[in-house]
Design a protein around this ligand. Structure first.
Ligand code: DWN
Length: 375
């Protein structure tokens, strides 16, 4: 793995905590590298998965109307496929708080979710839920009980799995011979285009390019049938995969290490331009808040050295985050009610800019994507 981007000392991106509990915070060096063989972009030496995904996991996939609508539509499409093939089953890997499966019949749906607090939500909703990390053991255990599965779905999950080749082998093991594996994750192509380097954080063990996915899947006898670009989460790719060889050639951008090293210089420029803009706005307006206590913004605050002297508070709709402080820089997370105190805010959840703009039409928003600007 050849390193190309160093985002410095970082805390656990979703590790929001109480202000009186900041002494034993975990930090690691966030360095990203490129594997010349598979073309996969990954974090070098990320924290252990049990530090990231456990019974205190705070992020809820249902936290925006944008994603609620996205998952409802996804579930409806899966439901239609199941109706066309009676008896078929859906397995979701990384079911979080059940926002997608809640639209499906519990009798034909299986959930995999390693965070115990989230797993108990879908279990209480009546879904068979396995509180484990996805791997070949759980794939075999499900195969033994249910037989091959017709539809396997994973959203913003496969890129979290460090042992990604084994994860794809496990899919191959469990997927029916005529089954479909659908997964979606933030797109390397979009991250590259938008300098959205904050897509890189501990939970995102990899950022997938189409080229890397093509290589990794082919290694285990799975083939991309189609790649659908999605607008969600700042630009994602949805891969439609099966055991049949691809009917059409898969087209993709080819990344190389020189391009990535060049890109990392743009990341450094983005940092200094963001700081300059924030200081300028602070001088003129006096106060700046932020909207969205995201994992992504944890990376920005820690990489750029932004604390509550510059961004006074972060508003977030997630009740569990309110009253806590942000990882590493300890900026207070508060209810959106406090936004009436400011007229300018940094857009921590830039991936929901339309939804946020419509809720707060009078607030000027500073964003770094696709370039530093005020909207
Ligand atoms: O893959 C992952 C993605 C999908 O979600 C996880 N590893 C972790 C998480 O990343 P994130 O924290 O960067 O995700 P979001 O979805 O960008 O977080 C949005 C945050 O903003 C939530 O905490 C909810 C909040 N929010 C808000 O305060 N007001 C969201 C909207 C739409 C709003 O209007």
């Amino acid at each position: 793995m050849i390193p190309f981007l160093n985002l410095g000392r970082q805390p656990i991106a979703n590790g929001f905590r109480r202000s009186d509990d900041i002494s034993k915070e975990y930090f690691f060096d966030l360095i990203t590298g490129f594997d010349e063989k598979t073309k996969l972009v990954s974090i070098i030496n990320p924290p252990d998965k049990s530090v990231l995904f456990n019974e205190s996991y705070i992020y809820r996939s249902s936290g925006s109307s944008t994603m609620r609508a996205h998952f409802k539509k996804t579930a409806e499409d899966l439901k239609k496929k199941c109706e066309a093939h009676p008896g078929s089953k859906v397995l979701e890997i990384g079911s979080n708080d059940g926002v997608m499966v809640s639209h499906l019949d519990p009798r034909q749906t299986i959930c995999i979710e390693p965070c115990a607090n989230m797993a108990s939500i879908t279990r209480n909703m009546g879904y068979e839920t396995h509180c484990v990390f996805w791997n070949k053991d759980i794939a075999q255990a499900i195969l033994d009980v249910h037989g091959p599965i017709q539809y396997i779905y994973a959203a913003n999950c496969m890129c979290h799995i460090l042992e990604i080749q084994e994860a794809f082998e496990a899919i191959e093991l469990l997927l029916d011979k005529d089954g479909i594996f659908i997964f979606e994750d933030p797109s390397m192509e979009m991250m590259f285009q938008n300098t959205s380097y904050d897509q890189i954080y501990d939970e995102h063990a990899h950022i997938f390019s189409i080229e890397a996915i093509h290589t990794l899947l082919n290694n285990v006898g799975l083939y991309i049938q189609e790649v659908k670009p999605l607008e969600v989460h700042g630009g994602s790719n949805r891969f439609i995969v099966s055991k049949q060889k691809s009917r059409y050639p898969i087209l993709y951008h080819k990344f190389d290490i020189d391009q990535l090293k060049q890109w990392s210089l743009g990341v450094q420029r983005s940092k200094y331009q963001l700081l300059a803009t924030l200081y300028e706005v602070k001088k003129a307006a006096g106060r700046i808040a932020a909207i969205g206590a995201t994992s992504k913004s944890t990376v920005i605050y820690n990489y750029c050295g932004i604390d509550s002297n510059l961004i006074e508070f972060i508003s977030d709709t997630t009740l569990e985050k309110q009253g806590l402080v942000s990882p590493g820089k300890h900026i207070p997370v508060v209810s959106p009610d406090r936004l009436k105190e400011v007229d300018t805010a940094f857009l921590g959840a830039w991936n929901f800019s339309e939804e946020i703009k419509s809720k707060h039409p009078n607030i000027k928003l500073i964003t770094h994507v696709p370039r530093i600007r005020i909207i």
